[in-house]
Write a protein that binds this ligand. Structure first.
Ligand code: Z5A
Length: 234
């Protein structure tokens, strides 16, 4: 995949298994970029992010769509993505904003493709139709043992901060192991776009690693770069 056309904006996606810490780290990176870049930062998620896409999210994560099989699910994720791109992501990028998105096309490749069994060539064609040139400038792949990620998700549920396992969390451990391998394979195939971050570390260490990657890969986001050292204010 070649570098995409993100207008004047910057498009960063977060990928990885359940409980890897994507939501936590998006919040932290957004705060950092708001302080350092002088640009508006939009945080969003998939499936969802726009009103129509959030309605589709409910059908997907409740398991209602599971009975129609992985191809139908891939079409629903794509339908949600089209609305999300048209109504939220592309307009923000055109305004020059930084968009941080919790999951994007790599999740379709990993969940419906590698773990769900769909032909990667079919998914690649679908992806091209759906996203066109709106490709991420940078994809952060938060990597950890799936048992650790699922334990974090269970702990969050036990603390009442979340509902019970959704349609994908409820899959067997082997499914989650295939997901991890799929995300690492995507990173190996597209090293210019992707960076793998060790998500097993404490949240502060993960945050520092992410800041360092973003400063290295997207220096244009830091107009006062001489005042920063290793991604931290000097
Ligand atoms: N899906 C798909 O199949 N195809 C697609 O094309 C797309 C998505 C776009 C969306 O679920 C589901 O849709 C997803 C893939 C599928 N599968 N599932 N399930 P979601 O949005 O509800 O969930 P998620 O994306 O998997 O996120 P998550 O489970 O909420 O995890 P997270 O965002 O990566 O983690 P977190 O919420 O930041 O942290 C989880 C807990 O761990 C929380 O209590 C934190 O305080 C804690 N945490 C975070 N980081 C750390 C560290 N470093 N140490 C210790 N504890 C930590």
């Amino acid at each position: 995949m070649t570098a995409g056309d993100t207008g004047g904006g910057s498009f960063i996606t977060f990928e990885g298994g359940e409980g890897a810490g994507k939501s936590t780290q998006i919040r932290r990176l957004a705060a950092h970029l708001r302080a350092q870049s002088g640009r508006p930062v939009l945080t969003t998620r998939e499936p969802g992010g726009s009103a129509k896409a959030e309605a589709i999210r409910e059908a997907l994560l409740s398991g209602t769509a599971k009975r129609y099989g992985p191809f139908a699910e891939a079409l629903l994720f794509s339908a949600a993505r089209i609305d999300h791109l048209d109504t939220l992501i592309r307009p923000a990028l055109a305004r020059g904003e930084i968009v941080l998105c919790d999951r994007f096309t790599d999740s379709t490749r990993a969940y419906q493709g590698a773990a769900g069994g769909l032909d990667p060539a079919v998914l690649a064609s679908l992806e091209q139709v759906v996203v066109g040139q709106t490709r991420p400038d940078l994809t952060l792949i938060l990597d950890c043992d799936p048992e650790l990620g699922l334990a974090r998700a269970r702990a969050r549920q036990a603390a009442g901060a979340d509902e019970g396992p959704d349609r994908f969390e409820a899959e067997a451990l082997a499914f989650h192991a295939r997901l991890r391998a799929a995300f690492l394979a995507i990173a190996a195939d597209e090293p210019a776009r992707c960076a793998v971050v060790n998500a097993a570390l404490p949240a502060d260490a993960v945050e520092a690693a992410i800041r360092a990657v973003v400063a290295d890969r997207l220096p244009r986001l830091f107009p006062n770069a001489s005042e920063t050292v290793g991604g931290h204010a000097a």
